[in-house]
Design a protein around this ligand. Structure first.
Ligand code: MEV
Length: 412
């Protein structure tokens, strides 16, 4: 088989699918499964070379109380336990729940100048007003909404290819994720910046290390709910993550389980949030994105702080109907509402993972859910699956065949 397929892009979805079916020897059933585009009948206008769509379960995390309001949280993820864990952590944090806040939605656009003349930085600062005028010429809507270019920073970098001047445009992107607005602005102002500095503007692109768009959340889990041992265990687990990047990577992965699931459900570019989160965690040596401590009354306090690159307008937030519905379920009126929910869920998932690991290990709950799924696949109802799970747990025999046998016995 060859992978150079001239004209593949110009074929219709059906033609592409037929070709892939033939080349990869897919069955009729496999091709038909791919062909189902579900709620995305226009998926071939979203990306290129489309032959189908892939679905993910959409779960609703319950019990979240954020800034005094109850909220149901849509989460799209393939991994069992994540939605249950977030819901349980949120339940344990009630009645106070989470307190969350965010910075203004300011993203950084970078313009890389090569060969700029000495004094370039001063020239850029002197021309701040003119640069702002050019930046705003193309996006009057954003400016009318209160967004737009808010500030300029200039950095000088010594690189292995020589000195470079890096211009940062600090752009308030309002309710968008912001990449389009920021990238356009960088491209618009670059020729003028070249003119006044004598440099060549090479890259003109958003930075995902959105340090001006931070989101923070906090919750307290009471001593009488957790128990002293669990609190001590979580503090030890947290100390381990602070001391060791191998552990910290997994600690942060558990956080991003929750954050990404919310972002995927709402049609956001979760890779942007991932890049920002890990780059932020790496400043000064890779560290956990959450913190834990014992408060004055001996309860466990937990907090999270991370750059949150998420929007409620533009991109797939509108073109994917499920994303639109998810945003409606969340009741997100502004991008920061979404960011704050995502941060709370990240903290909740991290707390839940640490609690499970210091109590009974992560696998027990995980295996229970896995077995429950197996029983459902064998045709059991939810109630039957609960009983079958208990039996399979005690027998330590897990298979669809065993679940089916147990189901048959139970129904006799
Ligand atoms: C698994 O998806 C996430 C965990 O590994 C997170 C952690 O170890 O903190 C359980």
């Amino acid at each position: 088989m060859r992978s150079d397929l001239p004209g593949f892009h110009d074929l219709s979805l059906d033609e592409r699918l037929s070709l892939v079916k033939k080349l990869c020897v897919l069955t009729d059933e496999e091709a038909e499964t791919l062909r189902k585009t579900g709620c995305l009948p226009h998926s071939d206008r979203m990306i290129e070379n489309v032959v189908g769509t892939i679905e993910l379960p959409l779960g609703i995390a319950t019990n979240f109380m954020i800034n005094g309001h109850d909220v149901l949280v849509p989460m799209a993820i393939e991994e069992p336990s994540v939605v249950a864990a977030a819901s349980h952590a949120a339940k344990l944090a009630r009645p106070d729940g989470f307190v969350a806040s965010s910075d203004e939605p300011v993203m950084i656009g970078q313009i890389q100048l090569i060969g700029a003349k000495p004094g370039a930085s001063e020239k850029i600062y002197e021309n701040r007003d003119k640069i702002t005028e050019i930046a705003h010429a193309k996006d009057s809507v954003l400016v009318k909404l209160g967004g737009g270019l808010k500030d300029i920073e200039v950095r000088e970098l010594d690189t292995e290819r020589g000195k470079m001047v890096i211009v940062h445009l600090l752009v308030n992107v309002q309710d968008a994720m912001g990449a389009n607005a920021v990238n356009t602005m960088c491209e618009e102002v670059a020729p003028f910046i070249e003119e006044i500095t004598g440099g060549r503007a090479l890259l003109k692109i958003i930075s995902n290390l959105a340090v001006h768009r931070m989101t923070r959340a906090k919750a307290v889990w009471k001593k009488d709910v957790l128990g002293e041992d669990v609190i001590e265990g979580i503090l030890d687990a947290y100390a381990f993550a602070r001391a060791d990047p191998f552990r910290s990577a997994t600690h942060n992965k558990g956080i991003m389980n929750g954050v990404d699931a919310v972002l995927v459900a709402t049609g956001n570019d979760f890779r942007a949030a991932e890049a920002g989160a890990h780059a932020f965690a790496a400043i000064g040596g890779y560290k956990p994105l959450t913190s834990y401590w014992k408060n004055g009354t001996g309860d466990l306090a937990g907090s999270i702080e991370l750059p949150m690159v998420a929007g409620i307008v533009g991109g797939a937030t509108k073109s994917n109907p499920i994303a639109k519905i998810s945003l409606k379920i969340l009741g997100a009126k502004h991008a920061h509402d979404l960011s704050e929910v995502a941060a709370c869920v990240g903290l909740a998932n991290n707390f839940a993972a640490l609690r499970a690991m210091v109590k009974e290990g992560i696998q027990k709950g995980h295996m229970k859910l896995h077995m429950h799924n197996i029983a459902l696949i064998a045709g059991a109802t939810h109630e039957e699956a609960l009983k079958i799970t208990d039996i399979m747990l005690s027998e330590k025999k897990i298979s669809v065949a065993r679940a089916a046998e147990l189901l048959e016995i139970m129904r006799k």
